[in-house]
Design a protein around this ligand. Structure first.
Ligand SMILES: Cc1cc2nc3c(=O)[nH]c(=O)nc-3n(C[C@H](O)[C@H](O)[C@H](O)COP(=O)(O)OP(=O)(O)OC[C@H]3O[C@@H](n4cnc5c(N)ncnc54)[C@H](O)[C@@H]3O)c2cc1C
Length: 451
């Protein structure tokens, strides 16, 4: 049954909302919001609620079994732009793609962007996302000026570093649990061209990666690392860096991608051999040791967005993402242990990235990034092996003083989460009593792990 919003419109209810990893799968009512007035839907709500955006989180941070998901993508209006300062006010369901379509032709760009532009502003703030410029720009939350928060009891207030600053800090990286953000103001940065001055360099082994990261001078840095090959090809990769071009160039809107992954691939298609072949091709596509020149920002920031629904490649069982950060002191040893465990398992896919995070502090109370070395990669879900592997990687992360990223997780235990984020009990005071998520249930020990 649909519920009536405050605007008087009967909200539609659609049956299914998946996270990007397509695991876990929970049944929930999905109630699309079109106006801030559509919420709160009922007082007190019959079921717990959770705002959601484009579902680009991998695990259960955007899921709530038998709850009500407040789908914000209908709240997608740009409200105000000041070209003198770069300040953009927009509704929380606006996607980063919409912002780029609007801003690039006007000579502006996102201050921080993840590896996909199909995320909403609300989702970007709630997970306090990071990008290839973390070492200089910090997380997305640092570039948020203000937003409105609405609680399930109907109370609404503006949050900024000076207005309700404790709510500002709890909501940035607050995983949607502190209330619904309706609009936000963010600071865009000027550009003079769509082009990125790119440089790619091959490396062999973790020590070469560390040396390249420490010597890098660009605004954007990230590396692809081969987590499949062993022997002399172990931990080879390509270190990529780039800066916005300084020479004036094209500022046109991007074209829509034409390719869509058409169906769920059978599990057998993605195996040790196909992944090894892909990794080898990727490594050798850059023929020389170094490659440099101007490239468009789309393939530089969003190579995976070129194929819509690429997550279908992992089949209907879905994928697990593992993302962690280790402090620099233990980063080399810890990453070697992790990379060895991954190559030994034969489960890694080709989507593995490694990067140095900087020491720019995050604004959010529960934000993921800390200074150190970060690794992110996907595993196809094969119950008997992939759960054990991710559990092992979580244990190694804990032993080396690191932490894992909630936006990408479906497997952390309550004990692990509470060690990674010891401030979780302070944060719990800000959680809206009408809100909950599968993730929050799991990491507070109210939902058992799948075995
Ligand atoms: C290909 C790919 C690459 C990625 N690369 C990166 C990366 O480089 N760096 C990075 O940090 N992340 C990355 N991500 C993860 C992604 O950026 C985050 O998970 C992001 O939060 C997803 O936004 P969304 O709009 O899809 O939100 P959802 O996934 O739907 O929700 C995310 C969280 O936001 C909350 N939320 C959503 N809207 C609101 C609102 N209006 N008010 C309050 N809470 C709200 C939800 O409750 C949930 O907790 C990547 C994901 C993919 C698929």
């Amino acid at each position: 049954m649909g519920q009536m919003g405050k605007s008087g419109r009967k909200a539609e209810v659609s049956p299914r909302f998946e996270s990007w990893g397509r695991y876990p799968k929970y049944q929930a009512d999905v109630v699309p919001l079109h106006w801030a007035g559509d919420f709160p839907l009922a007082r007190p709500p019959a079921t717990k609620q959770l705002p959601v955006g484009l579902g680009r989180s991998y695990g259960d941070v955007c899921l709530l079994e038998n709850g009500t998901l407040l789908l914000t993508t209908g709240m997608d209006r740009l409200l105000h732009f000041d070209a003198a300062t770069g300040m953009l006010r927009c509704e929380a369901g606006v996607s980063l793609q919409q912002i780029l379509d609007f801003a690039v032709p006007r000579g502006f760009f996102l201050p921080v962007t993840p590896g996909t532009k199909y995320v909403t502003v609300g989702g970007a703030i709630a997970n306090d996302i990071h990008g290839k410029n973390h070492h200089v720009a910090g997380t997305f939350g640092r570039h948020v000026l203000r937003f409105e928060l609405v609680r399930s009891d109907g109370i609404r207030f503006v949050c900024s570093p000076i207005e309700n600053p404790e709510w500002f800090a709890a909501t940035i990286g607050g995983m949607g649990l502190t209330g619904l953000m309706t609009w936000a103001e963010i600071h865009l940065r000027p550009i003079v061209s769509r082009k990125i001055d790119y440089r790619g360099e091959k490396f062999h082994g973790i020590d070469e990666f560390f040396a390249l990261s420490q010597a890098a001078t660009s605004e954007y840095t990230v590396a692809w690392i081969d987590c499949v090959s062993t022997g002399r090809n172990f931990a080879r990769g390509i270190f990529m860096q780039g800066d916005h071009a300084e020479a004036p160039g094209p500022l046109n809107r991007s074209k829509e991608p034409k390719l869509t992954f058409p169906f769920d691939l059978p599990q057998v298609a993605l195996n040790r051999f196909s992944m090894a072949a892909f990794n080898s091709l990727y490594f050798h596509k850059q023929l020389g040791k170094q490659k440099a020149g101007p490239v468009d920002y789309e393939p530089f920031f969003y190579p995976l967005d070129a194929v819509l629904h690429w997550n279908r490649m992992y089949g209907k069982h879905g994928l697990l993402q593992f993302q962690n950060v280790l402090p620099l002191e233990s980063g080399r040893e810890g990453m070697l242990e992790i990379l060895k465990a991954i190559t030994k398992s034969g489960l890694a896919s080709f989507l593995a990235v490694i990067k140095f995070f900087g020491d720019v502090p995050s604004v959010g109370m529960m934000s993921f990034p800390t200074p150190g070395v970060m690794l992110a990669l996907d595993f196809p879900i094969r119950r008997e092996v992939s759960f054990d592997l991710v559990d092992l990687l979580a244990r190694i992360t804990l032993e080396h003083g690191g932490r894992m990223y909630s936006a990408k997780d479906a497997r952390m235990t309550a004990e692990q989460y509470q060690s990674f984020y010891p401030q979780w009990q302070d944060f719990a005071h800000y959680v809206d009593p009408g809100f909950d998520s599968g993730f929050w249930q799991r990491v507070t020990g109210r939902r058992p792990l799948d075995v």
